[in-house]
Design a protein around this ligand. Structure first.
Ligand code: SF4
Ligand SMILES: [Zn+2]
Length: 346
């Protein structure tokens, strides 16, 4: 069954050809707000274009369409550095920098160690905190030691997509190819090297009902709270050439309700103390992203964004809308069907 799922995810990409063929162009870079040491600061974000996530090249996760931004072939060291040079021209010494590669920044086959070190060294001249992402198998003592040695006074944050602490859900609904133990081992290495860990938790993987994903997220928070510094909840959105899109087109998948997101954030806040919780909703308010109804989406999304910055759940208190009843009804009846109930109003 796992093999079939992996094969299915691979086959969905079999006719994929990258739209952008210029390896000298980063995917995007911009400035946004972030929180650093309890203060709201400016953050600079760069998405590099690399050959792509090595796991996506083999089969890939059921909800992930990041490969749509990848080259799908080798990108030279010079090209990655050229992308960096291009982005850095717009860098205004923002205190924090977030690096994305649509894969793993610590995977040597995506970004060579010397390129990685050059980028981090340059950024740490002015940034106080630099974040990047990696699958756990690429997190090694050696790599983190070298990175931390660039400047011990700087914060280096590694984001790991655990998605859920439940191995069955991660294997059978997400096809992630890692175990909870792999995550815990990486978390230990991160802690040992005085780096910070951000854990990504997925809201609404395919095949889970709304109620099941709420429960799964809350249980996950409980299991990871002693390992991580930040938890970033990401509701799945419907990305191109993914299993999630395949199901969505057949009316067998609905992205999460924003009411579920609020429920997860409220309950997680009560269950955690020092951990920062955040939630980035790609495509929020759209039919392909987490949404409620058109009336309340903008307000609810603003509240979730504000919660991510200020960590204050009071922001959710006065939110209400007629569609909340519909959501509650769905939680009651969805056990009777298979998987998620679709959004007939859109
Ligand atoms: S979610 Fe992460 S690990 Fe999974 S395919 Fe996408 S980039 Fe790779
Ligand atoms: Zn509504």
């Amino acid at each position: 069954m796992i093999n079939e799922l992996a094969e299915f995810c691979r086959d969905l990409k079999s006719d994929f050809t990258p739209k952008i063929t210029d390896a000298k162009k980063p995917v995007r870079f911009w400035s946004e707000k972030d929180v650093y040491n309890g203060n709201i600061v400016d953050a600079f974000v760069i998405i590099f274009r690399t050959h792509g996530c090595s796991w996506a090249l083999k089969s890939g996760c059921t909800m992930c369409g990041y490969f749509n931004d990848s080259m799908w072939k080798k990108v030279s060291d010079e090209d990655i550095f050229f992308q960096f040079e291009k982005a850095i021209k717009q860098y205004n010494n923002e205190k924090t920098v977030k690096i994305f590669t649509s894969g793993s920044f610590l995977d040597d086959s995506e970004v060579k160690p010397k390129v990685r070190m050059k980028i981090l060294s340059r950024l740490s001249e002015s940034a106080e905190k630099i974040s990047f992402e990696s699958r756990p198998e690429y997190v090694t003592n050696q790599k983190l030691k070298e990175i931390k040695n660039i400047d011990k006074s700087k914060d280096f944050e590694i984001g790991i997509g655990l998605e859920t602490a439940n191995d069955t859900v991660r294997n059978y609904a997400i096809n992630k190819g890692i175990t909870f133990n792999d995550y815990k081992k990486a978390a230990e290495i991160i802690k040992k090297n005085n780096c910070k860990l951000k854990t990504y938790v997925l809201i609404k993987p395919p095949f889970l009902t709304e109620k099941e994903t709420i429960k799964d997220c809350i249980e996950t928070v409980d299991k990871i709270k002693k390992h991580t510094d930040t938890i970033s909840f990401n509701p799945a959105n419907v990305q191109r050439k993914t299993l999630v899109e395949f199901l969505w087109k057949k009316n067998q998948y609905r992205p999460a309700w924003l009411w579920s997101v609020i429920e997860i954030l409220n309950k997680s806040k009560k269950n955690t103390d020092k951990i920062r919780l955040q939630c980035n909703i790609a495509g929020g308010g759209n039919i392909r992203g987490a949404h409620n109804c058109k009336e309340c989406d903008p307000n609810v999304l603003r509240a979730i964004e504000s919660f991510s910055l200020h960590q204050d759940p009071k922001i959710f208190k006065d939110l209400d809308c007629e569609c909340k009843e519909k959501w509650l009804d769905q939680l009651d009846i969805e056990d009777l069907g298979f998987g998620s109930i679709i959004d007939l109003s859109r």
